[in-house]
Design a protein around this ligand. Structure first.
Ligand code: ADP
Ligand code: MG
Length: 367
């Protein structure tokens, strides 16, 4: 079976309730390529579930179109779309065994029992749960239950697999283990997958591409690496991980580079976003805490002088807050040496790590 392309064009969903209306999804257009693992990432309430439910057919759009390959499915009933869904709650039937749970969708379709058994075994093999086929859900861990839910979704060979926060009921260790498992399973089966989460680490680890949503709109669609290293706005930059946002005034611009004035001196950017900087304008510059290097004050002339105000030892890294000019900069340093509050250090930033954002904006993560 060849994989399906999902095309979403100008999709909107407006909820009205007691005279109040909410634009849950506000003009979303995107294409999910065949076999791709595509993430919808954003804070709670940004419209992820509503968008996913429209792809599944559980929610009718107010406007716009959804196509699976060349077939418009916008108004098709869920069972006519051939989608498989996995939710946060495992929603397994407690009175059925693992095998019976997985077989359910095939029994409804009245397949021959030999064929059902073959496909149930194949699906359980994919999620590595074959040896548990006779157990009931309450005899399984949360992670195992979610594997069964995945097998149940995959066994009907859906055109599209839809996952809504599938790991958020699991503890941190299981969540980590299942991340790579889900990616392996989706790639092995080859089904086009749309995966909803508010957890940026999960998205970065599992996705081929991610759409970051805010208030029902798409902010940016890119690969995990590009989203992290070249966010198009302070919102995206802050949502994907820690970032220092500093106010700066653009002093000079050359091809692929900009020179800014900050509270602590001249800063260069040779990041690809430097082309956004307009001479004379006030902008925000962003630097990830792990991209900042420190040198001993006495041994170096490069960088900027700063005073460590806070030290948080995290084991592999140490999180520091450093007062540099009027800015408090967060630095994630290797724990190879001990840092002390009050210590004066030099803060070194490579110009290729200085991201330029248009205009001074608020950072959602810094509150
Ligand atoms: P997310 O999954 O990103 O947390 P949702 O898609 O569930 O967000 O919700 C997006 C917005 O739409 C929220 O403001 C939510 O309150 C609203 N919403 C979702 N479902 C309904 C509904 N059935 N009726 C009214 N408002 C809804
Ligand atoms: Mg949701």
């Amino acid at each position: 079976m060849t994989a399906t392309r999902i095309t979403i064009a100008g999709l909107e969903k407006e909820f009205s309730r007691a005279g109040q209306s909410t634009m849950a999804v506000d003009g979303v257009s995107l294409v999910v390529e065949p076999g791709e693992i595509f993430f919808l990432l954003g804070p709670s309430g940004c419209g992820k579930t509503t968008l996913l439910r429209m792809i599944a057919g559980f929610t009718e759009p107010t406007k716009g179109r959804i196509l699976f390959d060349d077939v418009e499915v916008t108004w098709l009933a869920p069972n006519a779309r051939q989608v498989g869904m996995v939710f946060q709650s495992y929603a397994l039937w407690p009175h059925m065994t693992v095998a019976e749970n997985v077989a359910f969708g095939l029994r409804i379709r009245k397949l021959r029992s030999q064929e059902i058994q073959r496909r149930v075994h194949a699906a359980l093999d994919v999620v590595r749960m074959r040896e548990y086929e006779s157990r009931r859900p309450n005899e399984l861990s949360g992670g195992q239950q979610q594997r069964v839910a995945l097998a149940r979704a995959l066994v009907v060979e859906p055109k599209v697999l839809l996952l809504d926060e599938p790991l958020s009921n699991l503890d941190a260790k299981l969540r980590n283990d299942l991340r790579s498992e889900i990616r392996r399973i989706c790639k092995q089966v080859g089904t086009t997958t749309v995966y909803v989460t508010h957890d940026q680490k999960e998205a970065l680890a599992v996705a081929d591409r991610i759409a970051v949503l805010q208030s029902g709109r798409v902010c940016q669609i890119d690969s995990p690496h590009r989203l992290y290293s070249n966010p198009s706005s302070t919102f995206v930059g802050g949502f994907l991980g820690e970032i220092n946002l500093l106010r700066a005034k653009v002093h000079q611009r050359g091809p692929g580079q900009a020179e800014m004035t900050t509270s602590f001196g001249r800063v260069f950017s040779r990041h690809e976003s430097a082309d956004r900087a307009i001479v004379g304008s006030s902008i925000s510059i962003g630097v990830r805490p792990e991209r900042i290097a420190l040198a001993e004050f006495t041994t170096s002339e490069v960088g900027f002088s700063g005073t460590i105000t806070t030290v948080l030892f995290l084991g592999d890294t140490t999180l520091l807050k450093i007062q540099v000019g009027e800015d408090l900069i967060r630095v994630s340093a290797p724990s190879s040496r001990i840092y002390r509050e009050g210590e004066v250090v030099r803060v070194i930033v490579d110009p290729s790590d200085v991201i330029c954002f248009e205009g001074p904006q608020d950072d959602p993560a810094s509150t």
